[in-house]
Ligand binder design. Structure first.
Ligand SMILES: *Cc1c(COP(=O)(O)O)cnc(C)c1O
Length: 383
């Protein structure tokens, strides 16, 4: 039996074989604790972590000391949001974020609300982009942080980071961005974009699960964070816990490979993505969710009119692994908060499919998927 074609790269990506190869020695012979400074086992691990830190910093134009390793983007977001809230109580208790953020940003904000913080959640336009004038109007004297994601995990929309960075810098407000979907997919530059805090993860970019990082600006201005994990004082006190050397090495390898191939791969993916979109257009009654050009090259999120979303997902399952625009939360199916934020009615939000193309997606696979989606939609509409 063939397994379905994998087009769910916004959920996670397969490990690149070159990444696995880079990681392997650090599970076995080079198993030392990077914090052990009295013998060569520790030194070896420490050298590997140092190199990895440099590689990840380089990818976003940061300095190695500004990279704090975490278990992934969820933890990085929690550290950025709760850590900056706690460290800046003297300045205020107000934060600004956006309705289409990942729950790993929205939930820490909701938590802060229960502690008495005020959170402004900005809407987006119909194309998923943030209106900069609405952002400018939301700042207050007691605003501590603005958190806006780099690229959306459902509709791929890329927010105008540099412009947001300027607004934040002018007002001396911290700017955090969740770049889980963006790292090594689109150019990121913490200097040019005036970013104070940036969350990263390895497993969306052909690296291992369970490792990520938070970029924490050290200069102009230095960002203060209250640690959320206390212990041995690792990562300059910001995140205690023994560093996970194999994962860190794999993360850096994945990021380096991604950055190396970024522009060529972006072109290839966008062309495959457009090929799939064009093949489906003759069906009619298809709406593209998200901005037509300001989005990740591997993202195609479509709503299909006149069909039941769950029925479509079921029909696609044997041939292609994708996600729908609805999620099961506490046993009931709810339309995605991202699609409803675009103004899609519930029915169209349910009847949406997110195609996430990746490094190992081929043209033959895209053609096979296009044929199957077409046949499935026609059959469901005829039923
Ligand atoms: C996947 C994802 C996360 C969560 O990252 P983990 O490393 O799995 O914790 C957060 N934000 C966005 C935008 C994501 O796509």
């Amino acid at each position: 039996m063939h397994r379905p074609i994998y087009l769910d790269c916004h959920s996670t990506t397969p490990l690149d074989p070159a990444v696995l190869e880079a990681m392997l020695p650090y599970f076995t012979e080079s198993f030392g604790n990077p914090a052990s400074n009295s013998h060569s086992y520790g030194w070896e691990a420490e050298a590997a972590v140092k190199l990895a830190r440099e590689q990840i910093a380089t990818a976003i134009n940061a300095r190695p000391e500004e990279i704090v390793f975490t278990s992934g983007a969820t933890e990085a977001n929690n550290l950025a949001i709760k850590g900056s809230a706690e460290a800046n109580l003297a300045k205020g208790r107000h934060m600004i974020t956006v309705v289409t953020e990942h729950n790993a940003v929205l939930d820490p904000c909701r938590y802060l609300k229960t502690l008495g913080f005020e959170i402004t959640v900005l809407p987006v336009e119909q194309d998923g982009l943030l209106d900069l004038e609405k952002l400018a109007a939301a700042f207050r004297d007691d605003t501590v942080l603005v958190s806006v994601m780099a690229a959306n995990n459902e509709i791929g929309v890329i927010q105008p980071l540099a412009e947001i960075g300027v607004l934040c810098r002018e007002r001396q407000v911290l700017f955090h961005t969740d770049a889980a979907q963006a790292i090594a997919k689109i150019p990121l530059d913490v200097q040019a974009m005036n970013i104070s805090l940036m969350s990263l993860t390895a497993h969306k970019v052909y690296g291992p699960k369970g490792i990520g990082a938070l970029y924490v600006r050290r200069k102009a201005p230095r960002v203060q964070l209250a640690p959320q994990l206390h212990g041995g004082g690792h990562e300059r006190g910001m995140r205690s816990g023994t560093l996970y050397t194999p994962q860190i090495v794999g993360f850096a390898k994945a990021v380096s490979l991604g950055v190396e191939q970024m522009s060529v791969e972006a072109e290839r993916l966008a062309s495959l993505r457009d090929r799939l979109h064009k093949a489906l257009l003759p069906l009619g009654g298809i709406q593209l969710n998200g901005h037509p050009t300001q989005r990740l090259p591997g993202n195609l999120n479509l709503s299909f009119e006149g069909i039941d979303g769950q029925a479509l997902l079921l029909a696609l399952q044997p041939v292609v692994a994708v996600s729908s625009g609805s999620a099961c939360t506490s046993a009931k199916i709810e339309p995605s908060h991202v699609l409803t934020a675009l103004g899609r009615d519930d029915h169209l939000a349910y009847a949406s499919i997110r195609f996430g193309l990746g490094r190992f997606t081929t043209e033959a696979e895209i053609d096979q998927v296009a044929d199957h989606v077409k046949a499935s939609v026609m059959a469901l509409r005829a039923a």
